[in-house]
Design a protein around this ligand. Sequence first.
Ligand code: IPE
Ligand code: IPE
Ligand code: MG
Length: 253
Amino acid sequence: MQLETDAIDRSHYPKHIAIIMDGNGRWAKKRFLPRFMGHIAGVKAVKRVVEFCDSQEIQVLTLFAFSSENWHRPKDEVSKLMDLFVGTLGKEINRLDKKNVRLRFIGERSAFSEKMQQQMAESECRTENNTGLTLVIAANYGGHRDITLAMQEIAKQVQRGDLQPEDINEDLIAAQLSIPDLPEPDLFIRTGGEKRVSNFLLWQLAYTEFHFTDKFWPDFNTETMQGAVDDFLTRQRRFGRTSEQLENSSETN
Ligand code: IPE
Ligand code: IPE
Ligand code: MG
């Protein structure tokens, strides 16, 4: 009986959860600590959320780790964030691999140090055949940039004569963006109280359900993550249709 209930719940679960992990700095400030301590505490929250997604058989978790705009932060904070990124990846890759996690990175890597780029490529390569949770880390990622690069690629195809402008459609554009092979996010979570998208996955969030919470990212845990999923489970995703249409079609199914 219990097994049957679990199976029913899982079928409605989000396949892809995308998170803006915000509020590290304010979490630290509230404790009279340097901002960087907030980022360190944020790594622990990442581990908890990966654990949650793994145990709940979520297919994809995308985490916004560093935006293309975050370069505007003080140099010292940027450099400490880079060190934390390299250090955490180095420390965690064995555990992630053992957990059957497939790691991927989106965003422009050329801005990162050689060491970091190498580490990213190695960890992707090492985990590419894993079949568990796909963990996508957005680093130096910007939605505008993602779309711009896709447009450049499509323009080249038109220029070469491989593509006619009238053949450009949504599928073709989506195929040129980051993570074209993964389902679009079902659930978007932003911690830290701000209610904005901050240039995250602009195209892919077209029909995603949004969940905002005032909790700072370092305070995010299994319970708050479950709360976000429970909130998602109350939503009716209509994709332009009416409630009546959806209710009638579920009756006939
Ligand atoms: C998010 O927390 C982490 C990164 C952007 C790297 P913040 O550092 O933005 O924290 P707040 O918004 O200043 O509290
Ligand atoms: C968004 O958070 C980027 C990441 C979480 C990596 P920010 O804290 O940088 O967003 P804004 O600038 O306040 O919108
Ligand atoms: Mg912030």
